[in-house]
Design a protein around this ligand. Structure first.
Ligand code: FAD
Ligand code: SIN
Length: 526
């Protein structure tokens, strides 16, 4: 190997074998790398952009943990199960909620400064939580504080980091994941690293939708890599749409945190009517799928593209202190939140499905782990409770690393007996050529978005299958990401077509009811 300019030491050659190769440098990847490093393992973190480019850095609301007086992990567990609409894995959710406080302590040890008020940790409130239990940092910059704390610690600790390096294949030999092939975008070359174990921490797939809060790196690569090497993928029909993304012409999509509603903001339609009480008893603080669908319906009934969020009962000083990033961003766009209602609309936000794992982060392929948003541990079911995602990354990354050092025993996770593979769809030819990313995003937004029908899903499924067959071999970051998005799009639309009911974030206008028959998961395996 040649010298590695992205390593902290710079001049030394990077070895070709590591105890652990971690793919991704959001909270999940960095936390797993730091934990493994503490165990004395040699760790490589490969990440496709700069180290800090990840969904994590954009997280606003915070991280949920029942640490307040009068709150309890049991209450957090009940809220998680309730929000998940019948598909939450209760054991995994119990682990999530009961190990939360210890993982928060780890983050504090790693340098994360959570906001405090009157000498106590400050706790915010978000939709479908029965108590204030959201720890935040820098007001609304929780993710940035976490990302920068972990990445600077990883550098100081000498963890080997390769930026601009994209994983494009997991190599399996004799049924075990043994190596990762990486594409170094700066040198335009491929390198293969052998690994004792591999952790996928590549985040979600929000970029597959035209309107999304997710950064450019969120193209579902880890899900496609795992599916491609024989691991199982579950719950892909469940994409969470956030109800309140800033919607202004010529402005990028920007999240207006649910914590703003937690502080009393109300939603109004184009006629000036407060509409949420008509949809749910918890009104603006109803579960996220309900608020997103309500906003979608109100927009569809009018002739605009947004509803309005109103927090004008708070003054400018208070808003600037509690939500500094949101307040500043709105001001830059000509909106003073203390006086103006904010135009917002739903946006694809979180991939509830992903690589099927057990509560130790193990996939069905020995040696391959998945942690963070890329994984499907079962804690979110059909609808994630706000701020449970940052928590999930650290709770299950901790357990995955512990598992590694126990010495893995095969088989790690039993394959699902009713897993299916993506069907061949050669019935009709409608696409003359391989797609552009914008076409794919538009297709997913209009045919596999907040409200779905069999017709729309079938059209998307056929087109995606055809696009997949037309795609030339991927040779650079753009084409590799496109390949991942097509695979994820196929998994999402096929699953959404099969699930003939409405549940949580998956809404079929042709099957609007929830059906007990469908209280089960859809699993895909190549
Ligand atoms: P990410 O942080 O997305 O990191 C993925 C990493 O993998 C990136 O470094 C990426 O570059 C890298 N990567 C991807 N593909 C490859 C590849 N092929 N090769 C190499 N590297 C690759 N959740 C909460 O709990 N609370 C919140 O307040 C909150 N707010 C949010 C606000 C926004 C705007 C967004 C987008 C999400 C929010 N979420 C929130 C969700 C939460 O931020 C994410 O689920 C969480 O950060 C995911 O962490 P992760 O480490 O799994 O993935
Ligand atoms: C938000 O701040 O509204 C996002 C919280 C989350 O996605 O959990």
């Amino acid at each position: 190997m040649t010298s590695d300019p992205s390593s902290p030491v710079g001049a030394q050659a990077t070895p070709q074998r590591f105890d652990l190769v971690v793919v991704g440098s959001g909270i999940a990847g960095l936390y797993a790398a730091l934990q493994a490093h503490e165990h004395g393992a040699s760790v490589l973190v490969a990440t496709k952009g700069t180290i800090d480019e990840a969904s994590t850095r954009y997280a606003q609301g915070g991280i949920a943990a029942a640490v307040g007086s009068g709150d309890s992990p049991d209450s957090h567990l009940r809220d998680t199960i309730e929000a998940g609409a019948g598909l939450v894995d209760e054991e995994a959710a119990r682990i999530l909620t009961s190990e939360a406080a210890d993982r928060i302590a780890d983050l504090v040890r790693y340098g994360v400064n959570f906001d405090a008020a009157d000498g106590e940790v400050a706790l915010g409130r978000e939709g479908a939580h029965s108590a204030p239990r959201i720890l935040h940092a820098g007001g609304d910059s929780t993710g940035l504080e976490i990302e920068l704390s972990l990445s600077s610690l990883a550098r100081r600790e000498g963890v080997t980091i390769r930026e601009h390096t994209l994983a494009d294949r997991v190599i399996v030999e004799d049924g075990r994941a043994v190596a990762v092939r990486l594409y170094d975008a700066l040198r335009d070359e491929r390198v293969t690293y052998e690994a004792g174990n591999i952790v996928l921490a590549t985040g979600g797939a929000g970029q597959i939708y035209r309107v999304t809060t997710n950064p450019q790196v969120s193209t579902g690569d880890g899900i496609a890599l795992a599916y491609g090497c024989g691991a199982e993928v579950m719950d892909m029909e469940f994409t969470q749409f956030h109800p309140t993304a800033l919607r202004l012409p010529e402005r990028p999509i920007f999240l207006i945190s649910e914590a703003v509603r937690g502080e009393g903001a109300l939603l109004y339609n184009a006629q000036g009517e407060r509409f949420m009480p008509r949809y749910h008893e918890q009104a603006e603080l109803a579960p996220r799928d309900i608020v997103a669908r309500a906003a979608h319906c109100e927009i569809a009934e009018g002739d605009g593209d947004h509803v309005l969020l109103d927090i004008t009962h708070r003054d400018a000083d208070w808003l600037a202190a509690r939500f500094p990033t949101i307040y500043r961003t709105c001001l830059d766009a000509g909106l003073d939140m203390s006086k103006d209602r904010i135009p917002v609309s739903p946006a694809a936000h979180y991939t509830m499905g992903g690589v099927r794992t057990n509560s130790r982060g193990e996939t069905t392929v020995p040696g391959l782990f998945a942690v963070g948003e890329v994984a499907c541990t079962g804690v979110h079911g059909a609808n994630r409770l706000a701020s449970n995602s940052l928590l999930e990354t650290v709770v299950f990354a901790k357990r995955a690393v512990e598992r590694l050092f126990e010495g893995a025993v095969s088989p790690p996770l039993e394959p699902s007996p009713d897993a299916r593979s993506l069907p061949r769809r050669e019935d009709c030819v409608i696409a003359p050529q391989a797609p552009q990313a914008e076409e794919l995003r538009e297709l997913m937004w209009s045919n596999a978005g907040i409200v779905r029908t069999r017709l729309g899903l079938a059209e998307a499924a056929t087109l995606l299958a055809e696009w997949q067959s037309l795609m030339p071999p991927a040779h650079d970051r753009t084409s590799m990401e496109m390949r991942s998005m097509v695979v994820c799009g196929r998994l999402m639309t096929e699953a959404a077509m099969l699930r003939e009911e409405s549940r949580g974030a998956h809404y079929r206008s042709d099957f609007p009811e929830t059906s007990d028959e469908w209280r089960r998961h859809l699993v895909f395996r190549q």
